[in-house]
Ligand binder design. Structure first.
Ligand code: AMP
Ligand code: MG
Length: 320
């Protein structure tokens, strides 16, 4: 199978209507999309990604008014968040209707829904008469793709079309929110900060450990991982040969490290800019096949929390 990258919505639509997969741009990361109402289409997502079937998918809608078709109850807190943040990097986990196949939700009686912000994907979703189930368009466990080329680098030959919406504006997966025992829980930190959510619904519980009641594999301890060991925290250059180290920093350039072995995520100190650049930087440093990548710890505020979350899970894999 040859893999084409382009901006042809009609082509993407025709493939999806035939029950095939298409990679789609969103403001968070690129998604690997299929007709969410067709179990045979959805099963291919798990095969192509090598994703375990217990990991449920997010259902993407053209706009918030579509939600009532797939969600049984849309409580007040969810409505407030949807009003404020959709389209945007917010996923709501709500009781599902029966038209959502079990394979999408891994048999759970809740479904994760989101309205993405991307002109191409919005237009595509508006033309389709079904929503799109779409996890990140990468092999399970690896760093998520934030450009069409990232998708092609790993899924070439496995899907026929990648809709190219340019680099993702947010660059981190969506923030996943649900209600449990009368409290609002954040199940995954992401491109919408906890502070912004709390500004609308008040105090929330951050339950992103995999020990949380609701299973959310995006919260597996090891995920989003580079192949090169990654260490997070204070950067200690003394133990290694300088030429074999990669550095991922927030604002600081390290004079001792070769320029092409380090990425400064935001010289101006913007957490938004750092988020947008994070995954491309991790992929780039990983591609250098160095001994170790050192990553700075970010301030635990705003998007810094989600950045730290991704870096810690990437670091967990190798026990660093
Ligand atoms: P991905 O699309 O790869 O970023 O992964 C989607 C994330 O949403 C996974 O971590 C899922 O566990 C989570 N998710 C999807 N549906 C549900 C659900 N019904 N309950 C809890 N988490 C969910
Ligand atoms: Mg993923």
């Amino acid at each position: 199978m040859t893999t084409e990258i382009g901006k042809d919505i009609a082509k993407a639509r025709a493939l999806l209507e035939r029950g095939l997969l298409v990679a789609i741009p969103t403001e968070t990361v690129y998604g690997l999309a299929a007709n969410a109402l067709d179990p045979e289409a959805v099963v291919q997502i798990f095969e192509v990604k090598n994703r375990p079937r217990f990991d449920p998918l997010i259902v993407h809608l053209a706009d918030a008014s579509e939600a009532e078709k797939y969600v049984g109850v849309f409580p007040n807190w969810a409505e407030k968040l949807a009003d404020r943040f959709w389209p945007g990097p917010l996923t709501l986990v709500l009781p599902k209707r029966n038209n959502i196949p079990d394979i999408v939700t891994s048999g759970l009686d809740s479904v994760a829904i989101r309205v993405p912000l991307s002109p191409l994907t919005h237009e595509l979703l508006s033309q389709l008469d079904f929503p799109l189930a779409a996890p990140s368009a990468n092999p399970f466990g690896y760093v998520s793709p934030t450009t069409a080329q990232h998708v092609a680098d790993q899924l070439s030959g496995k899907i026929s079309y990648i809709l190219d919406g340019g680099p993702c504006a947010v660059g981190l997966e969506s923030t996943i929110v649900t209600e449990e025992d009368g409290k609002i829980h954040v199940l995954r930190l992401g491109g919408l900060s906890v502070e912004e959510i709390e500004g609308v619904v008040g105090k929330v519980v951050v339950s992103t450990s995999h020990a949380s009641v609701v299973q959310s594999p995006g919260s597996l301890d090891s995920h989003y991982a580079t192949r090169t060991p990654l260490r997070i925290g204070k950067i200690d250059l003394s133990q290694y040969d300088i030429s074999s180290i990669g550095v991922l920093s927030f604002e600081t350039r390290y004079a001792d490290i070769p320029v092409d072995h380090q990425i400064v995520l935001s010289p101006e100190g913007s957490l938004h800019e750092a988020s947008k650049n994070l995954f491309a930087a991790m992929r780039y440093l990983d591609s250098l096949k160095l001994k170790v990548i050192f990553a700075e710890e970010f301030p635990e505020i705003g998007l810094g929390r989600a950045i730290n979350d991704r870096l810690r899970r990437a670091a967990f894999k190798t026990g660093h």
